[in-house]
Design a protein. Structure first.
Length: 153
């Protein structure tokens, strides 16, 4: 596989909710970041992150937009996941931009860009609408999610 095919394969697995397939194209020392999980530096942590994502997202439908080759092993792609949050029963439309860095056709760095405030508003409702912008509220959500990752390890 060349680098673009690796990204296409990752996104295909993502749409199918195939965590094993997604993680198969990560290096063992993958560096991952998103606004909820924060910084993860081990493949197993990232696997747990994606496992939790799909546990939380019942009836999940994922659409991806075209992959952009930014040069020198960097790729971007926008995606939307529409789902019912399994804990709260609320509808969520999560819009994100993925950034990938590849070496030897494997993903070495992966980051997601989405609004944590908007995500929390959709998942938790009025409280998050009022407090979701607050760094203490966001830190509490991140800490809760990190605990869930640790419990899966």
């Amino acid at each position: 596989m060349n680098e673009k095919e690796t990204v296409e394969y990752f996104l295909s697995c993502f749409r199918k909710q195939d965590v094993s397939g997604m993680c198969s194209v990560y290096t063992s020392d993958i560096v991952y970041f998103d606004p909820l999980a924060d910084l993860l530096k081990e493949k197993e942590e990232v696997r747990c992150r994606w496992k939790l994502f799909f546990e939380d997202a019942s009836n999940c439908n994922i659409t991806t937009e075209n992959i952009v080759d930014e040069g020198e092993g960097y790729f971007t792609c926008k995606w939307t996941a529409s789902f019912i949050h399994s804990e709260t029963g609320r509808s969520v439309a999560l819009h994100s931009k993925s950034n990938f860095k590849l070496e030897n056709s494997l993903i070495t760095e992966h980051s997601e860009g989405f609004s944590l405030h908007q995500y929390c508003r959709q998942v938790y409702g009025a409280v998050a609408y009022a407090l979701g912008w607050n760094s203490m509220y966001q830190k509490a959500r991140k800490n809760e999610f990190r605990r869930r990752i640790i419990n899966l390890l």
